[in-house]
Design a protein around this ligand. Structure first.
Ligand code: AMP
Length: 277
């Protein structure tokens, strides 16, 4: 049965569908999303689709890691009900024309460095939601701005889906797990935990009473400036809905960073005032 028919049949039978969109190359971060979805829904659908429209012309679409057989084995072990692995043609047939305009929040942070990225993300997310009919959809806090924009999409178009943000899964040394970590050579991998350490430093300062966003950002910059091979793209304290910088930082604001380690761009963030990173 086609994915959408199957999903509609499940919903008509009164079963809740939990949906986890991914680009494959699955790791422990994705697994956390799937486990959460498994716990909260009768049916779980995981999509594996490397979405061409969210990659810029100079980004890594062609070389993005693809490992379908290994991914399938992981997902079967987690007991998912369906793996949706459409072709590019299935999602974007030659007749496809409409695109979601993600609005002003897509101009900030990641959007500034990756023009068109969120238009591609929201376009595919809207289509995947239609194809999988989820009651709940699971996204990682690691891609914090993506969560904010998907929530905006859901509100703006009154989509009947609840967005669940799942805390970032980390390596034992603090590095946020990412499919792109596979690109890091040993010297880059060795310094990569400094990103998390810098966030941790600012988070501790916030815990100790520092509320000036510029001061918190400066702490992160200072800690990263001392790390060889790390080039900062942005460091920003922002409100978790508007993405604006607050006048004074409050618990729940997000401290987000993007850095380049050689050619590899990594992002990470922490919710300030949360119990743990
Ligand atoms: P991707 O396959 O990179 O598009 O990621 C699919 C989903 O997994 C997105 O919602 C990501 O935010 C989420 N994700 C990626 N890495 C992690 C991680 N380390 N912890 C939690 N969620 C993650």
């Amino acid at each position: 049965m086609a994915m959408q028919e199957q999903a509609i049949a499940w919903r008509q039978a009164g079963e809740d569908i939990g949906f986890v969109p991914t680009m494959g190359a699955l790791h422990a971060g994705h697994e956390r999303l799937v486990t959460r979805a498994r716990r909260e829904n009768q049916r779980v659908i995981v999509s594996i689709f490397v979405n061409p429209t969210q990659f810029g012309p100079n980004e890594d679409f062609a070389s993005y890691p693809r490992s379908f057989e290994a991914d399938r084995a992981r997902l079967e072990a987690l007991g998912v009900d369906a793996i949706f692995n459409p072709s590019v043609d299935q999602i974007y047939p030659s007749s496809f024309k409409t695109r979601v305009d993600p609005g002003p929040l897509a101009e900030l942070l990641e959007g500034k460095s990756r023009p068109g990225h969120f238009a591609g993300v929201l376009t595919v997310v809207l289509k995947l939601f239609q194809l999988t009919q989820p009651k709940r959809a699971y996204f990682g806090q690691k891609d914090f701005q993506q969560v904010v924009l998907v929530r905006q999409l859901v509100r703006d178009f009154a989509l009947p889906v609840r967005i669940v943000a799942v805390p970032t899964v980390r390596e034992p040394d603090g590095l946020a797990i990412s499919s792109r970590n596979a690109y890091l050579g040993p010297p880059q991998r060795a310094v990569a935990p400094s990103i998390h350490n810098a966030l941790d430093g600012a988070s501790n300062a916030f815990g100790a009473g520092v509320t000036d966003p510029a001061e918190l950002e400066a702490i992160v910059r200072h800690l990263l400036d001392g790390t060889p091979g790390v080039a900062i793209d942005y460091v920003a304290v922002v409100d978790d809905t508007t993405l604006r910088r607050p006048v004074r930082t409050i618990a729940g604001n997000v401290l987000a960073v993007a850095v380049k380690l050689g050619p590899i761009r990594l992002i990470d963030n922490v919710v300030l005032g949360a119990e743990r990173l």
